[in-house]
Design a protein around this ligand. Structure first.
Ligand SMILES: Nc1ncnc2c1ncn2[C@@H]1O[C@H](COP(=O)(O)OP(=O)(O)OP(=O)(O)O)[C@@H](O)[C@H]1O
Ligand SMILES: [Mg+2]
Length: 274
């Protein structure tokens, strides 16, 4: 379970912690499987290599990358990647709670952002800001509130002064709403998408594991679950397994079909317009 860091206290706002602290071991427990798509696997592996061989990069005067932005539809593994990176680097993960960061008082949001970044400078960690678009909305958009514009400026400064002891990761569904000045601050960008057929198949196989199933079930699920996110697929396969257990039968195509109908995943195109 989440708990407060022992050495330096997490900053607070409105009487609550502005972030949740996860030990590296807790992060490892949360990441049973992570299917990284396309070049994301390579990006993450390269990232780990660089951090393991930090000195060589310092000798060459090549800066260490430590600011990652992830964007793509819901349920595709952005948050999971943050847990994975923290677990792999054996660093705690600090998940910022946006609701407690954003404040209606003048200058308070910016000051909260600064407190969080100060914390990450003092305690080596992976600092993760989810729903990043909420803070980093473009300063040019018409309905921009001045407080948020100020907060964006603070964020830019904090990113510039971040140093090299921690990692900053941010995730968003809405990359078009990000301020271009913010985009430039990131040295690593990762794009997420709904799983392609081969990724679905791989993921479904992992989810089924050694559960007793009919031979055709993997391929049938893969076809049926086209257009679903990884998170949807996980829920549907779990539902189907429950049905199989209730019936004391091997998992079969009809369990998957029924679960898909019941779960009725929301198409991403509808979600993004809501
Ligand atoms: N690429 C993936 N590989 C394995 N499991 C995944 C993947 N993506 C999602 N999942 C499953 O779905 C759950 C939710 O995924 P996650 O929270 O990482 O999505 P997200 O991209 O951060 O979505 P959102 O944009 O809604 O925050 C994960 O905990 C995991 O069980
Ligand atoms: Mg997420």
């Amino acid at each position: 379970m989440a708990k407060t860091g022992a050495s330096t206290k997490l900053p607070r706002s409105k009487g609550t912690d502005m972030a949740t602290f996860y030990e590296a071991k807790e992060c490892a427990r949360k990441v049973k499987y992570l299917v990284l798509q396309g070049q994301n696997r390579r990006i993450v592996d390269e990232f780990m290599t660089i951090l393991e061989r930090r000195e060589e990069f310092e000798q060459h005067g090549v800066p260490i990358p430590n600011k990652i932005v992830m964007y793509g539809p819901p349920g595709t593994g952005k948050t999971l990647t943050a847990f994975y990176v923290a677990a792999s680097l054996e660093l705690p993960l600090i998940v910022v709670r946006l609701d407690s960061l954003i404040h209606s008082h003048l200058g308070e949001t910016g000051s909260n952002i600064r407190k969080i970044f100060d914390y990450a400078r003092a305690v080596p960690c992976v600092l993760f800001l989810d729903e990043f678009d909420a803070v980093a909305r473009t300063r040019e958009s018409g309905d921009e509130v001045k407080e948020m514009a100020r907060a964006v400026n603070t964020l830019l400064q904090c990113l510039d002064e971040f140093g090299e002891s921690s990692l900053f990761m941010a995730a968003t569904n809405l990359e078009t709403e990000l301020d271009p000045a913010i985009w430039r601050r990131f040295d690593t960008r990762m794009t997420y998408d709904l799983p392609a057929a081969s990724e679905r198949e791989h993921y479904i196989r992992l989810l089924i594991g050694d559960f007793d199933c009919e031979a055709s079930v993997e391929q049938e699920s893969c076809r049926l679950l086209d257009g679903c996110s990884f998170a949807d697929i996980e829920q549907i396969v779990l539902k189907a397994k429950r049905k199989a257990i209730i019936e004391r039968q091997p998992l079969c195509g009809s369990h998957i079909r029924l679960s898909h109908e019941e779960y009725a995943p929301v198409p991403i195109s509808i979600m993004s317009h809501s």
